[in-house]
Design a protein around this ligand. Structure first.
Ligand code: ADP
Ligand code: MG
Length: 768
């Protein structure tokens, strides 16, 4: 059944060629106990290794059941070792980090028996060698003889036809040797046992045939066999180690070096921790920014003013004084005239009545409020004790309250961004409201203007609610003195006149807590309807008519110049006096971020079929702020991640080194696995399993540590910025990072794993 024909094997070390086997031919019986005797270095081990398919012959042939092995590939030899051969070594060659039971099961694991079958067969084999009670011990808890019995159980478990034993008693005392020999003799009853020994006494006592070797040649054979026999066809099942087996092997190995593994995983998790922290911070800040945007920035208006500046990249360069097409420090003795950059970049927006109509007809549900800035003046008079005096709009911090389009939700923007502290919201155009800042401050000039004493430490809401100032029409307020118009000094009379309007404070509002935009603002607010009323009253007043016909300022006598500036000035004075209702600027307050998109699109739409001069440009205040903040965030995040990635690279190199060390440490194990029939691929798999475990562990460790670090980070950030729970680790990021860690460690361990699989099994077995 097993036959070698004219086998030659040479070993080459450098120039020197060592002849280990020289033209050896032997034919074995199906059941016999062959002892191979010979002095050290005579080629016994080499012969045994070739018979077992652990080493390959140079010339000749090995026949298994008449089948030539000349064309065997690496994986055929692996299958042959696993199916047909049981090895017993002098040094036992057990894997030290797994149990006796697992050691015995290993052969079957490679040929993919079920777990149940493996267990029962291993127990059967252990029973046969009398070690069933020691199944769960580790090899180093056994004596030498016991370990050799485990090795015998392992050799028998897959029920091979051939048992190869290389000096099985070489390391044992004589009493134990005899026990082992008895056992092997028993095995040889129904198997071919080939045993190498240099103990002639034992060979003669137990073996049925003795072959003597010397210098790689056969010198004697006590019981040669030459019968032609009919060969049965044999089938050799291919071996394969499942990834699960590889994982459990590596897991047990890792358990034997816990400290090192934890340190490695910790070190290689640092990169993951860095990136995870950065991601969770930028993630958190993004959320905070989004919240801030919808909380506050949506209250920022889209502004359309008389003058607008587009800040594209080119304009930004011009703003910084960069002129691309001009030479710096010219040597020419010339000077170039240049207008101020601001003037070059600003575009005049001509706000027309048509445009106002267009704005007023936008979808009112998308707009929280619109406010028009006009330079229209109001003639105001206040009363303090019994003294009547004029007040300017500046003294009152007088500003227009954004109005709601349409009738419903008239005070939308106030309700959204402000708390009503006292009184009520405005109902008609003569109602005014006071806006105080977050400390309930109100400018003292307003207090004086309202006829109260600003020197008091504090005022009550009741002091202010119901206070009145009086609004006087131009025709009552200005007196015609011929060429000029001057304000009348008769304040008391005007104050009490029947057609004088009383403007009354009806409520006090304050920006909601956390609103950053209005928290520092305080003012007296009036409605756009009031301005409209003023314009209606004054647009045909005497002073306006006179101003329209004059080429000088009707109040000061100052002459207007003949150029564009003069015309502009005249128009401004007319607007001041109430002649014109076209506003100077428009602020549109969107209800939220999506509505803002709608408004911006509508404004763009308006411009799309207009020529350059008719186009009306707008400034999106919130866009300016968010673009700035999110691009800065993105930039910072990318830079920080790039830095942390360096540590990821470092850690994968480190994993490579650690795996390489592990390969060196596990060389013997590689040899054992190969002798049991493990393929090269399986060896790679064992080490890939090891790196997988480390990679997974370090990824999980990194994410775990990050989750813990986030707690103090958030506490520190809260103390610094008052932002709650900024750092949030996104679970998708966590999964991606763990996978990244896994992939990087696999890459790091890949080369060492390949090196491991390339190891020569014979040499691997010889290492200690
Ligand atoms: P034995 O087992 O009979 O003591 P071996 O079969 O181990 O002898 O070795 C036979 C000869 O081949 C010896 O001279 C030994 O030095 C040589 N030899 C064995 N293995 C190698 C090897 N891997 N490289 C070089 N020489 C080797
Ligand atoms: Mg030897």
């Amino acid at each position: 059944m097993l036959e070698i024909k004219n086998i030659n094997k040479n070993y080459q070390t450098g120039e020197f060629i060592q002849k280990a086997l020289n033209n050896v031919s032997i034919k074995f019986r199906e059941h016999e106990f062959v002892a191979i005797l010979g002095p050290s270095g005579s080629g016994k081990t080499t012969l045994l290794n070739i018979l077992g398919g652990l080493d390959q012959y140079d010339h000749g042939d090995l026949l298994v059941n008449g089948l030539s092995t000349k064309k065997f590939k690496s994986k055929d030899w692996d299958a042959y070792r696993n199916n047909c051969i049981g090895f017993i070594f002098q040094s036992y060659n057990l894997i030290s980090h797994i149990s006796i039971q697992s050691n015995v099961e290993l052969t079957m694991t490679l040929s993919n028996y079920t777990k149940k079958k493996r267990k029962s067969k291993a127990q059967e084999a252990l029973k046969r060698v009398g070690l069933i009670d020691h199944a769960h011990k580790k090899p180093n808890q056994l004596s030498g003889g016991q370990m050799q019995r485990v090795a015998i159980a392992r050799a028998l478990v897959n029920d091979p036809n051939i048992i190869l034993a290389d000096e099985p008693t070489g390391a044992l005392d004589s009493k134990t040797s005899i026990q082992i020999m008895e056992m092997i003799k028993d095995i040889a009853k129904d198997k071919l046992v080939i045993m190498v020994t240099h103990n002639r006494e034992l060979a003669e006592k137990y073996a049925s045939r003795i072959i003597e070797l010397k210098d790689g040649e056969i010198v004697s054979d006590s019981n040669p066999y030459n019968t032609e026999e009919k060969n049965k066809k044999i089938s050799i099942k291919k071996t394969k180690m499942s990834f699960l087996t590889a994982i459990s092997l590596s897991f047990n190995n890792i358990l034997t070096k816990k400290g090192r593994t934890i340190l490695t995983a910790l070190a290689s998790s640092i990169g993951i921790i860095g990136i995870a922290l950065i991601l969770s911070l930028s993630n958190g800040f993004d959320i905070q920014i989004k919240k801030f945007e919808s909380d506050s920035l949506s209250s920022l208006p889209i502004v359309i003013s008389e003058e607008s500046m587009t800040l594209d990249e080119e304009n930004a360069e011009s703003m910084m004084g960069i002129e691309k097409d001009k030479e710096k420090y010219p040597s020419d003795e010339v000077i170039y005239p240049k207008d101020p950059i601001y003037e070059q970049l600003t575009v005049k927006n001509v706000i027309t009545k048509e445009y106002i109509d267009f704005i007023e007809n936008l979808d009112s549900s998308k707009i929280n409020g619109i406010s028009y800035t006009r330079i229209t003046n109001m003639n105001l008079i206040t009363k303090k004790d019994d003294i009547y005096s004029p007040v300017s709009m500046q003294e009152l911090s007088y500003s227009v309250l954004p109005k709601k389009l349409g009738d419903n939700q008239k005070n939308g923007i106030i309700e959204e961004d402000f708390d009503l502290l006292a009184g009520s919201l405005p109902e008609t155009y003569t109602d005014l409201i006071l806006m105080v800042d977050m400390y309930n401050n109100l400018p003292s000039s307003v207090i004086t203007a309202l006829g109260l004493d600003k020197n008091q430490e504090k005022l009550t809401f009741d002091d202010l609610i119901g206070k009145e100032i009086k609004l006087v029409n131009n025709d009552e307020y200005y007196i015609n003195t011929g060429n000029y118009f001057l304000p009348s000094q008769n304040y008391e009379e005007m104050y009490n006149a029947s057609d004088t309007k009383a403007l009354r404070i009806v409520g006090i509002i304050r920006a909601k807590e956390g609103n950053k935009i209005y928290q520092n603002s305080s003012a007296l607010l009036y409605s756009d309807d009031l301005i409209k009323y003023v314009i209606e009253q004054n647009q045909n007043s005497q002073i306006v008519k006179a101003q329209k016909n004059a080429d000088y300022n009707i109040m000061t006598g100052e002459k207007f110049s003949d150029d564009e500036k003069g015309t502009e000035l005249k128009e401004q004075i007319l607007a001041y006096l109430g002649a014109d209702s076209v506003p100077m600027a428009i602020q549109i307050y969107p209800t939220d971020f999506e509505s803002k998109e709608y408004i911006v699109n509508a404004l763009d739409e308006y411009n799309s079929n207009k020529n350059e001069e008719e186009k009306i440009l707008y400034t999106d205040m919130s866009e300016l702020m968010t673009e700035l903040s999110s691009s800065i965030m993105d930039g910072i995040t990318i830079v920080l991640i790039a830095f942390s990635s360096i540590s990821l690279v470092v850690s994968s190199i480190m994993i490579g080194i650690i795996t390489y060390i592990s390969v060196l440490e596990r060389t013997k194990e590689i040899g054992i696995l190969r002798s049991l029939g493990a393929r090269k691929k399986d060896i790679t798999r064992v080490f890939n399993a090891e790196t997988t475990i480390i990679g997974l562990f370090s990824g999980l460790l990194g994410i775990g540590i990050t989750s813990l670090l986030i707690i103090p980070v958030n506490i520190i950030l809260y103390n610094l910025t008052e932002l709650k729970n900024v750092a949030i680790l996104n679970s998708l990021h966590a999964v991606i990072l763990i996978v990244t860690s896994l992939i990087l460690t696999l890459i790091g361990g890949f080369i060492p794993a390949i090196i491991a699989s390339k190891k020569n099994p014979v040499e691997a077995l010889r290492t200690e």
